[in-house]
Design a binder for this molecule. Structure first.
Ligand code: 13P
Ligand code: 13P
Ligand code: MG
Ligand code: MG
Ligand code: MG
Length: 363
């Protein structure tokens, strides 16, 4: 049986600022999705990261299926209705269009989907980020899928030895989707040359070269390309299959413990490290530090096991303490230099208009 995993994420409003969705909003979204388990869906799991709500669903409809996307749209719309009733901040923030048109792409929510024939044991993980940019997973995924210093499986396992194929998207293209396909290890430097620029390029998917099997998919929506202005951050979700012909679950640990500086946090306009947190963590009042959470599941006949929270064990408290130090160092220099995003990234915010006005005062 071919199973499709779809992860759909949207920020539809939050309590007391950009913190977390209310319990009633989450319950409404979950209720709408749950109604379809056993009908359109094989299974569903709903959680949140900061103020973004994540729907993980399994089904047999394939990626980009209108019925699946419409269900998510309906759940987010009904959740938005509750958010409005409660007066939550940014109610319906990521729903950038009024009408559903067969597909969630271009409407605002983040979408990552993959279809595969289930293995006898099918472990996989879902990653979800808040307060950051679509390229936020570039470095950790590069390290896991292409660097033996981090990913011992590339040396130890004959299945991983031929390497992985990277499909990378140019996020600056607004008219049409634009991709490049590069094989690691042969094109390692080219992959690095693109992925270093996490504002511009994002990994869209990764494939096993030996088996042609899909390993990872990442969402690539840029909200500002839809809205034409800053409307909140377009932070990614990802689905990643693990073990056997793919990297082991624990090989993702050190790359995420690195907590690279990424764009995001307050007003989506700064650089801070991507902090690994537990699922269902509210956004931080520490300047909305970018956050990623991860849940791993085992899949059987399209049904999910209970999840394991990948960033919950005691090691991650130590990592978080280090990440806080790193973040505080950067925040100390306020607006200056790399602490705030470069001008190209800020042009969708108010500072661009202010600088135009100032131009007139130059002589
Ligand atoms: P276990 O012996 O606990 O199954 O661990 C196997 C392993 O290789 C972990 O990386
Ligand atoms: P969200 O994208 O999570 O709504 O955050 C917006 C923001 O600018 C926080 O400072
Ligand atoms: Mg928000
Ligand atoms: Mg959010
Ligand atoms: Mg977000």
């Amino acid at each position: 049986m071919k199973v499709t995993l779809s992860v759909l994420k949207a920020d539809i409003g939050s309590v007391g600022g950009h913190t977390l969705p209310s319990r009633r909003v989450l319950a409404k979204v979950e209720e709408v999705v749950r109604e379809e388990v056993g009908r359109l869906l094989l299974d569903a799991h709903v959680f949140h990261i900061g103020d973004d709500i994540v729907l993980l669903v399994s089904h047999t409809q394939g990626p980009r299926n209108p019925a699946i996307h419409e269900l998510a749209w309906k759940a987010f719309r009904e959740g938005t209705q509750v958010a409005k009733e409660e007066g939550l901040y940014g109610a319906g923030q990521d729903l950038l269009k009024d009408a559903f048109s067969g597909n969630l792409h271009g409407l605002g929510p983040q979408v990552a989907e993959m279809e595969f024939a289930e293995r006898p044991a099918e472990p996989f993980m879902v990653l979800a980020a808040d307060k950051t940019e679509p390229g936020a997973f570039n470095l950790p995924l590069y390290l896991v899928f292409a660097d033996p210093m981090y990913s011992s499986g590339l040396l130890l396992s004959p299945d991983l030895r031929p390497g992985f194929r990277f499909r990378i998207m140019d996020l600056a293209q607004t008219e049409r989707d634009s991709y490049i396909v590069l094989d690691a290890p042969e094109r390692l430097y080219d992959i690095a040359a693109l992925l270093r620029d996490s504002h511009r390029f994002g990994i869209e998917s990764i494939w096993s070269r030996k088996y042609g099997e899909i390993a990872a998919v990442v969402s690539t929506t840029r909200l500002r390309n839809i809205a034409g202005r800053y409307v909140g951050k377009d932070d990614p979700v990802a689905i990643i299959r693990t073990q056997k012909i793919f990297p082991a679950t624990e090989e993702f640990g050190p790359p995420f413990a690195l907590a690279p500086f990424v764009a995001g946090d307050t007003r989506g306009s700064h650089h801070l490290p991507l902090m690994p947190v537990r699922a269902n963590t509210p956004a931080s009042t520490f300047f909305c530090v970018p956050m990623v959470c991860g849940l791993a599941f085992s899949l059987k006949d399209g049904r999910f096991s209970e999840p394991v929270d990948l960033f919950a064990d005691p090691v991650w408290d130590t990592v978080r303490a280090k990440v806080v130090e790193k973040a505080q160092e950067m925040r100390r220099q306020g607006f200056y230099g790399p602490a705030m995003l470069p001008m190209e990234e800020l042009e969708y915010t108010g500072i661009a208009e202010r600088l135009k006005e100032l131009e007139r005062e130059f002589s």
